[in-house]
Design a protein around this ligand. Structure first.
Ligand code: S3P
Ligand code: PEP
Length: 427
């Protein structure tokens, strides 16, 4: 197994342009493929999750031109649902933003489609989405375990109607339903049953749908009314913002290291909820400056916080490792769904934080971290989870340094993360 040894970083200064947002890239690619007309996406993310979406779209007959650096993509829209006269099997790795929306989108046209993924994808639930679109006539079968991928979809179109959906485990189910609703044969009324987690991701979905000409009546995230029988219209050009979750590692590093870090490509005009990470860092005492499309973090003395993190589940992991450098305890609450992401992140985080000397309480849906007096060197296991690798890079700011096992797992969303990190670090 490959290992990356990071020696103590003394200073961390400079500017980094953050690669494109995963959430926006995969939504925009799917909507561009369904739309009428041609869309040119710029600053597209080049990573595993996006490659899986692109490969799937290509298998579905969608034509696109990708630039040599894979960051500009011109998609010729299909002008409606995907149809296939022969059975297709699409492999989607561990990309939730490909699996969930494509599962819904493939019910719109006609064809026999199989969606598969990595072993971990087979442990990530999809039942709440399947149950919801079944109410509009979708025919989806589980090929291994009930409620989990792989699935087989017999597409024959969706009717309109009223749909109840649970958003208690993942917002991606509601996102998927919202994206297909305008292409159903009649109006779709969506009722969210119980709590909706990761709510700001619904704002990304609605913002992208609006760019493709579709507006949704959103009644306080409890009910949504979507007119049926519509068509997405290609916006021409669409710039993908920098990924706010990817920005979190650099902002935290700036706050810990005492220098100044400017991240560009994402700022106060962002449609991504994860920019609120900067507010959480500010609550810990960091000095944060906001621009329209940049954020600056300057170092200062950090202290622990007790915060509900349901709105920023991905970036919250960065707070968990930043907490090692804060005075006092940090408690992150309402994060049950960490357990059903790339790995069981609550358990993985607790295990690895303990290795560097922290005292950790792992609850069913919270984590409490007491930083150690002095950090110990550790080999950090990353569980094939890009965010475990990236957020533990912060331990390099301790005297102990850190070793990251399997650092290449960042390829899911940020293939050259460690190269970018090293460019700003003075050892
Ligand atoms: O819709 C999206 O783009 C995402 C939603 C979130 O998932 P959940 O809604 O499952 O929390 C987030 O963790 C994921 O990385 C991306
Ligand atoms: C949860 C994540 O990914 P996915 O889109 O596969 O759900 C993530 O990137 O942290």
């Amino acid at each position: 197994m490959k290992q990356l040894h990071l020696n103590k970083v003394y200073r961390f200064n400079g500017e980094v342009n953050i690669p494109g947002s995963k959430s926006i890239s995969n939504r925009a690619l799917l909507l561009a493929a369904l739309a009428k007309g041609t869309t040119t996406l710029t600053n597209l993310l080049d990573s595993d999750d996006i490659r899986h979406m692109l490969t799937a779209l290509s298998q579905l007959g969608i034509k696109y031109q990708l630039s040599a650096d894979k960051r500009t993509c011109t998609v010729t829209g299909n002008g409606g649902p995907f149809n296939s006269s022969r059975p297709l099997s699409l492999f989607l790795g561990n990309a939730g933003t490909a699996m969930r929306p494509l599962c819904a989108a493939l019910t719109l046209g006609t064809g026999d489609f199989e969606l598969t993924g990595e072993p971990r994808m087979e442990e990530r639930p999809i039942k709440d989405l399947v149950d919801a679109i079944a109410q509009l006539g979708a025919n989806i079968q589980y090929l291994k375990n009930d409620g989990f991928p792989p699935v087989n979809i017999l597409g024959s179109g969706l009717s309109g109607g009223t749909v109840k959906i649970s958003g208690a485990l993942s917002s991606q189910f509601l996102t998927a339903l919202l994206m297909v609703a305008p292409l159903a044969k009649g109006d779709v009324n969506i009722e969210v049953v119980g709590e909706l987690v990761s709510k700001p991701y619904i704002d990304i979905t609605l913002a992208l749908m609006a760019k493709f000409g579709v507006s949704v009546d959103n009644q306080q995230y409890q009910r949504f009314h979507v007119k049926g029988n519509q068509q997405y219209i290609a916006p021409g050009n669409l710039l993908v913002e920098g990924d706010a979750s990817s920005a979190s590692y650099f902002l935290a590093a700036g706050a810990i290291a005492g220098g100044e870090i400017k991240v560009t490509g994402v700022g106060k005009l962002s449609i991504q909820g994860d920019v609120k990470f900067a507010d959480a860092l500010a609550a810990m005492g960091a000095d944060i400056e906001w621009g329209d499309d940049f954020i600056i973090a300057r170092g200062s003395k950090l202290h622990g916080i007790d915060m509900d993190m349901n709105h920023i589940p991905d970036a919250a992991m960065t707070i968990a490792t930043a907490a090692l450098f804060a005075e006092g305890d940090t408690q992150l609450t309402n994060i049950y769904n960490w357990r059903i992401k790339e790995t069981d992140r609550l358990s993985a985080m607790a295990t690895e934080l303990r290795k560097v000397g922290a005292t950790v309480v792992e609850g069913e849906d919270f984590i409490k971290i007491t930083p150690p007096v002095a950090m110990q060197h550790a080999e950090i296991d990353t569980y094939n989870d890009h965010r475990m690798a990236m957020c533990f890079s912060l331990v390099a700011f301790s005297d102990a340094g850190v070793t990251i096992n399997d650092p290449d797992c960042t390829s899911k969303t940020f293939p050259d993360y460690f190269a970018q990190f090293q460019l700003l670090a003075c050892h």
